[in-house]
Write a new protein. Structure first.
Length: 179
């Protein structure tokens, strides 16, 4: 356990920019030679429509489709999205073989993990260990209380409020002493 491990929560509603904020932070950290690991979940946009959500492993850049719109044949769903369990299995394997890094990203923890203890639950276990200098989690406002209870030391940035994405980047730069 790293007693100085920082935990940052990026909280926001759908479309608030949680994944984009993660991607910006990763870019800043990599430019400062900070080793990043974990995953982000970028949306696939065609025209003005979100057609899928992928999951991208940060170390390799490999991606898999995580969710697509619900169809009549859908079996595992969350809201209007059909979940592709093979993507969860892939990330689980990647998380179990995770090597040491400085900044760990988990985008996004939702009701599947919190209420059903499925999905990215392994990522929460990794954050619980506080092995990395920085742990970044994204989640929706409805889960704020869950995260504050589990990680009372977590600094939460509300991305529904403008300017907080830039504030978190400044704070992460300061944490790693990046100009």
């Amino acid at each position: 356990m790293n007693p100085k491990a920082a935990i940052i929560g990026l909280c926001g509603s759908s479309g608030s920019g949680k994944t984009l904020a993660c991607q910006k932070i990763v870019k800043v950290l990599r430019n400062g030679n900070v080793h990043c690991c974990g995953f982000v979940s970028p949306a696939v946009i065609e025209g003005s429509t979100k057609t899928a959500i992928k999951v991208k492993w940060l170390e390799s850049g490999d991606e898999q489709v995580l969710m697509t719109p619900v169809t009549a044949e859908s079996q595992l769903t969350v809201g209007r999205w059909q979940i592709h369990p093979d993507a969860f299995e892939w990330i689980y394997k990647m998380l179990t073989s995770l090597k040491v890094c400085q900044a760990f990203f988990c985008d996004e923890i939702g009701p599947l993990e919190v209420l059903e203890r499925k999905g990215w639950i392994k990522a929460l276990e990794i954050v619980d260990e506080r092995k990395f200098d920085l742990n970044v989690l994204t989640f929706r406002p409805s889960l704020r209380d869950f995260f504050l209870k589990r990680y009372p030391e977590m600094t939460i940035y509300d991305l529904d409020n403008s300017g907080n994405d830039e504030m978190v980047i400044c704070d992460v730069k300061s944490l790693f002493k990046i100009n």
